[in-house]
Structures are given as structure tokens and as C-alpha cells.
Design a protein around this ligand. Structure first.
Ligand SMILES: [Mn+2]
Length: 317
């Protein structure tokens, strides 16, 4: 809802938090917002005036805060790593930001913090000591999680950007990290676009993470599996969206789906509405065919029969 930038240009207008809320309010069917700490929330401890302002805006527009997204990549202080920095004070500061995000999330009734640790990676061979970095990562996330167990901490994986290689790069490494961190309030944010360009099956990622009880948040978007383009969900890989939707239902996912899209050249309100419509379409398609019918067909192992369920449904349109 604010200004966007890539390596070449700026897009959309810069907007204050108040202006962003007014814009979100125009989106048909929206029920909540994810906000970035500290960019859209105060750098001061929870209870500050900006938190009070956000609380008022949430009330005014009848929206809920879905998650506090702690930005551990944008600020220059994280350029050499945040949770895995060689510098202990920097690592501690990164943990401190997570703790502050957790306090704000509790204060605003969200109780969920999401973080995409994109500064924690490397660009070159022999750049970092992987053993040291992974141990520091595990320890830092655990330290943040222990700050309070009433707030959940969700790790978002992505394989690159801005680092050429990000350490937390896929669903399986995320599950490994969670088992090492070993805290009940730590889970995963599944960004569908990140799964796609990591070469994963989005639906399998949903299944694995949800089966482990660790699917805390979903970010919906799409791309051509070559870069994190943050396009409208289902606009390119529609079958991945439909299959993921089936597994979100099957696994009883009752969390939030946030549209993490990048409307550089499109109207942001209409882009959000198109994203929501795409999810509703996928849900309707699954509902029309029927969860049980699909489950039985998948169980039978006859993929041609399963395909035919979709084909005959679409032929009737
Ligand atoms: Mn995302």
C-alpha cells in the first residue's frame, strides 16, 4: 500500500500509515493488515504513541493486525548479517528487534511475528563459516522465542535476494531449523512465491509444514519460478494455487493468508481484490468438486481420473 522500489525505479506514492489504512479500507473483502516493524510501527517499546495510533486505526476501519513483520534486512546495520552477524552486539540487536516486535504484536492483539531473515546469507564461496552461522541463527531465534511464549514467531524462507544465497532457503531447511530451535512458539511463514522459485511444490510445502503443526502464516503471490516477482496469486501457476488450496483445507489451516504482492504498475486496491478473487476461485473450484471426491481419487492413485475431475468441471463452464 506504500511506495515500492526495485533496482531501477520507485513505484507508487510514499504514504503515511494513516493513508495506507485509508487505502486498505477501499479493498473489498479485506479483514486485516500485516505491518512492518520498525518502518510502519514505532522503534520505541510497545505502548508508544504510534502503537496507540495504529490501535485507533485498526478500530476505526474494523481491521485486525494479522502479524508484525520484523524487517531484519533493510537497514544498513544488517548488511553483514543480522541474526548471524559475526558481531555479537549486532546479533543481540537483531534479537532485540524481534522481542520488540513480539511486544507490539501482543499489544495490538496479533500475537504473531513474522520475519524473513534475508540478510543472513552469503554471496561468495568461503565468505562465511556455515557451522558458526547456523549455530548462531538457531541460538538467536531461540533467544527471541523465549522472550514470551504467548507470541508466535514465524520464519519466512526464501532462497535469495538481497543475498545471492539466503541460509533459510526452503521448507526442509526451515523444518530442520525448527527442530534445532525446539520451541513450540516458533513456526514457518510459507510465501508461495518463495516456494515456487525454490523449485518446490507449494502444496507439498503446505502439507509438510502443516503436518508438523508449524504452518503459522501464508503469503500468497506468484512468479515464473525464476525470481520473486510477487505477482497476483494464481496468475501464472494456477494449478499450484488450486492444489495448495486443497491442502490448506485438508490440513485445517485456520491462519491468515496475506497477499504479499508488488503492484508496481497496477492499482494496489484492485490488485488486492484480484488476489482475493483468485483465492476465492480456487476455493470454489475445490468445493464444487468436493474434498472427499478429490481425496478418494488421489488415494486411488489414478491421476488421470483426478485430472478428469477438473477437466469435466471446466468443460461445463
Ligand atoms: Mn513474503
Amino acid at each position: 500500500m506504500g511506495q515500492l522500489k526495485d533496482r531501477f525505479s520507485f513505484y507508487q506514492k510514499e504514504r503515511t500509515v494513516k493513508e495506507k489504512f485509508a487505502l486498505v479500507n477501499q479493498v473489498e473483502g479485506v479483514s486485516g493488515v500485516e505491518m512492518v516493524y520498525p518502518n510502519e510501527l514505532p522503534a520505541s517499546p510497545a505502548g508508544g504513541s504510534d502503537v496507540a495510533q495504529v490501535k485507533d486505526l485498526l478500530k476505526k476501519y474494523n481491521l485486525r493486525l494479522t502479524a508484525v513483520n520484523v524487517n531484519l534486512k533493510g537497514d544498513p546495520r544488517w548488511h553483514q548479517g543480522a541474526l548471524t552477524s559475526r558481531d555479537k552486539a549486532t546479533r543481540q540487536e537483531a534479537v532485540q528487534w524481534l522481542k520488540q516486535g513480539m511486544d507490539i504484536a501482543a499489544e495490538l492483539g496479533s500475537f504473531l511475528v513474522t520475519v524473513c531473515p534475508l540478510a543472513d546469507g552469503y554471496d561468495y564461496p568461503f565468505e562465511i563459516d556455515y557451522v558458526r552461522a547456523w549455530r548462531d541463527f538457531i541460538q538467536a531465534v531461540r533467544a527471541a522465542a523465549e522472550h514470551r511464549d504467548d507470541v508466535r514467531l514465524s520464519l519466512e524462507y526464501k532462497q535469495s535476494e538481497p543475498r545471492a544465497r539466503v541460509m533459510l532457503s526452503n521448507a526442509s531447511k526451515s523444518l530442520y531449523a525448527l527442530s534445532e530451535i525446539d520451541r513450540a512458539n516458533v513456526g514457518v511463514t510459507l510465501d508461495m512465491g518463495h516456494a515456487l522459485y525454490a523449485g518446490e511444490s507449494c502444496a507439498e510445502a503446505v502439507a509438510l509444514l502443516a503436518d508438523a503443526g508449524k504452518l503459522f502464516l501464508v503469503h500468497g503471490n506468484d512468479n515464473y519460478r525464476n525470481w520473486d516477482w510477487d505477482l497476483i496469486p494464481g496468475s501464472v501457476n494456477l494449478w499450484d494455487l488450486i492444489e495448495s488450496t486443497y491442502y490448506l483445507h485438508k490440513m485445517g489451516y485456520n491462519g491468515v493468508i496475506t497477499f504479499d504482492v508488488f503492484p508496481a504498475r497496477l492499482d494496489p486496491v484492485k490488485t488486492m481484490e484480484a488476489s482475493l478473487r483468485m483465492y476465492r476461485l480456487a476455493e470454489a473450484l475445490i468445493d464444487q468438486i468436493g474434498m472427499d471426491t478429490l481425496a478418494h481419487s488421489i488415494e486411488s492413485g489414478d491421476v488421470l481420473q483426478t485430472m478428469a475431475l477438473f477437466q469435466s468441471y471446466l468443460e461445463k463452464r
